[in-house]
Design a protein around this ligand. Sequence first.
Ligand code: KG4
Ligand code: ZN
Length: 360
Amino acid sequence: MSLTVLGIETSCDETAASVVRRADGHVEVLSSVVASQIADHAPYGGVVPEIAARAHVEVIDAIVARALDEAGVDYGDLDGVAATAGPGLVGGVMVGLSFGKAVALARDLPLVAVNHLEGHAVSARLAADIPYPFLLLLVSGGHCQLLEVAGVGACRRLGSTIDDAAGEAFDKIAKSLGLPYPGGPALERLAEGGDSERFPLPRSLLGREGCDFSFSGLKTAAARIAVGLASDAGRRDLAAAVQEAIARQPCDRTDRALAAYARAHEGRDLRFVVAGGVAANRTVRSRLEAPAAARGFSFAAPPLAYCTDNAAMIALAGAERLALGLVDGLDAVARPRWPLDEAAALANPVHVPGRKGAKA
Ligand code: KG4
Ligand code: ZN
């Protein structure tokens, strides 16, 4: 069966559209257009939700038109439309989801309301043949989780951050080092050639039971050191130390998850995938390779362009759902919070659930 799906992503500060074709399990990205809003938000040092929503409205039709044009397809060639329905900044999510609904209604196409995290979960499958199931480390600006992924709609959470996400830690520490938004890539550049041993930083949760994460102690300690730094060399050394400290934790926590997953899947092929914006960090990626190899897992990470937010991953999640008959009505709602493993999030809300429900 061949399915050609338009994907739309507007949950944060990228307006993205993509056309993906999936035929007999083989995936072809026909186009992937990403319009970044970095310049709009940079003066404020972070994403301003209202500015993000308005910026999505301004460009969404042009970005979708470009994605169709670059793919060489028309609306009539599509088998479905997939749009991110959460979690994320709800004003932005509504823009992309409403656009997707309008296309679905006007063209009589099935709509798939995609969980952004499920997009990250399938993202490595855009460029390589990685069968289910696999163990996934999802490290992004909003999330940091270990999940067993058996397919779309079938994720089981093994661990999650109890405070900040890894990307959030990168961004906030980068800010205290005076780096521009978005901080993660800027901090990675600053860290080059730095002495990661110079500043001792907290080793939160290392060696502890379970697979949860915590980055807030590291964030506070690094911010305190940053205040007293006068030289560029000092800032470089602190950036290197922070990057190592952030990478150390996924490495330690993932190793525990690898061990548990290997026990539960004895005799089967073992696959480990790291995805999300922070998977673009070379130190984070490389520190994960050794534990995966040592425990007999294959290792995969999406190409850099599919680590950070994009619509190709949304289109693929949509195509996989469509193939299983998992479609949504035009009454699908935009959700600021939407855990991938809702049962685990409700039973053990490592993020305080709050008014809007469990976050992760
Ligand atoms: O997946 P993503 O694009 O958006 C979310 O779903 O959150 O991830 C964005 C996060 C940001 O926190 C950004 O600073 C971080 O990923 N990031 C990086 C790098 N590239 C992006 N962090 C460290 N090193 C990088 N090279
Ligand atoms: Zn993301």
